[in-house]
Design a protein around this ligand. Structure first.
Ligand code: PLZ
Length: 444
């Protein structure tokens, strides 16, 4: 058992981590993204133990994956058992129960009380790609609508769907065609004020869709119910509902990309439920696998069954180990009421962040839902100019003190908080104390 406590035994990074960082430079592509130089040797619950024995509080969860906590006992047991039994047969060749059982769970947990079907994949990007394939097959149309600040992945199609060029798309074109980007209802930065945001963003969307694309060419609208990499932007209330109604009116498939926001993270099984909106398709990954790679597209049976037989698949999609892990992770979410825990974490985070914002006017906005919370750093002159330098300094200051925080946002000025949903409140408080210290140090 790893004690759920932050412990610093060496300067960071310690000698073993530093040595690994050197070996990395000599062997890992310099283009692979990197955060810190702390090499992890063990992890449990909300604590990461590095190669030098330092214990860090994990506020990133491996980018929203470890919602059930690191090394969740149910996941460990299920994967160990599965590995000893068989590791891979390929569902398309020799099927097995785990795949079917996971599709049953997905049908049960995702929004909508209609008949559903799922297909399983390996990564979030692959799930998004397949949702687009399905929507195109179903509608016989090609165009796909995405939004400002969107992140959907790094494959060719999903790069086109992702908004930000640096670092995701730079030099990697040409990109897939028939992707159209529309304004996001980003209330904090909406020019005429947050109260007008949803209606005006939707009006602009509807106008652009009509004038520049044509409703009858649009296969899908793909939207993150809370934008992840783009800055934890919660669409202004009502915006998702307006999109839903518009999609229904025009026969367009509404895809909720819940890769980052799904599976209890926001205090409900899926973030879109907060807006009482039912999408036609949902893409999931990350937390679904409890640490193993797996992804899914789930939705209306008639839509999911519309591609030709054999049109969906892949060697590893729904690998037995990943299915076993996902079934165990879902059980933990249910039994431990992790949605309820996410709500509690969100309440404590909101309280602590509100106090910090009163102290540091650089915090322009606190936003998010449940255990998917963020703060946006801006200039203090009222201009809301993004302050990426301060963001970087605060994240680094947290890192030096043993709290792993992640930044995000189109302007790199958002600190996001994605602790495992099993994180004890004492650890949340400790991390918030550290965040306070890091702010004080960075501001000087
Ligand atoms: N859709 C909403 O958040 C992945 C990517 C980090 P994959 N987000 C983290 C990085 O720098 O690569 C994500 C997401 C949403 C799709 C994806 C893509 O999921 O499993 O990384 O392919």
């Amino acid at each position: 058992m790893i004690e759920q406590r932050r412990i610093l035994r060496t300067a960071l990074p310690g000698p073993k981590s530093a040595a690994l960082a050197q070996r990395r430079v000599a062997t890992v592509s310099g283009a692979v993204s990197g955060g810190n130089d702390l090499y992890i040797e063990a992890a449990q619950g909300a604590i990461l133990v590095d190669a030098d024995g330092n214990q860090h509080i994990d506020f990133g969860s491996g980018i929203g994956v470890a919602s059930v906590g690191h090394s969740d006992p149910r996941v460990v047991e299920a994967v160990t058992k599965q590995a000893a039994s068989y590791g891979h047969t390929c569902f398309m060749v020799s099927p097995y129960a785990g795949y079917v059982e996971l599709c049953e769970e997905l049908a049960k947990r995702t929004p909508g009380d209609f008949e559903k079907r799922s297909a399983l994949f390996n990564t979030g990007a692959e799930a998004v790609e397949n949702a687009v394939k399905v929507a195109r097959a179903y509608t016989g149309r090609q165009a796909v609508i995405v939004f400002d600040h969107a992140y959907h992945g790094r494959t060719n199609l999903t790069m086109a769907m992702t908004a930000k060029v640096q670092p995701y798309k730079d030099g990697f074109g040409p990109f897939a065609p028939e992707i159209y980007r529309m304004p996001m209802a980003y209330a904090y930065r909406w020019p005429t004020g947050p109260e007008n945001c949803a209606a005006e963003a939707f009006a602009e969307f509807a106008s652009l869709a009509h004038l520049q694309v044509g409703e009858n060419h649009i296969a899908a609208v793909v939207v993150e119910p809370i934008q992840g990499e783009g800055g934890f932007i919660v669409p202004a209330p009502g915006f998702l509902k307006m999109l839903r109604e518009w999609c229904t009116e025009h026969g367009v498939v509404l895809v909720a990309d819940e890769v980052q926001s799904g599976f209890c993270r926001t205090g409900k099984w899926f973030a879109i439920e907060h807006e009482n909106v039912v999408p036609d398709l949902v893409t999931t990954a990350k937390a679904l696998g409890g640490g193993l790679p797996i992804a899914a597209v789930t939705g209306r049976a008639d839509i999911m069954d519309s591609p030709v037989f054999g049109g969906l698949g892949g060697t590893f999609g729904g690998n037995p180990l990943s299915c076993a892990a996902a079934l165990a992770a879902i059980e933990t979410m249910e039994v431990e009421d992790l949605a309820g825990r996410a709500t509690q974490i969100g309440e404590l985070l909101t309280e602590r962040l509100t106090a910090l914002a009163a102290k540091y006017p650089q915090i322009g906005e606190i936003r998010g839902r449940g255990a998917m919370m963020a703060i946006e750093m801006v200039a203090t002159d009222g201009s809301k100019a993004p302050d990426a330098a301060l963001t970087k300094a605060v994240v680094a200051g947290c890192g030096r003190r043993g709290v792993l925080m992640l930044s995000c946002g189109s302007y790199g000025n958002v600190i996001r908080m994605l602790p495992p949903l099993v994180t004890e409140m004492a650890l949340i408080n400790d991390a918030m104390d550290v965040l306070d210290e890091a702010f004080a140090e960075a501001i000087g």
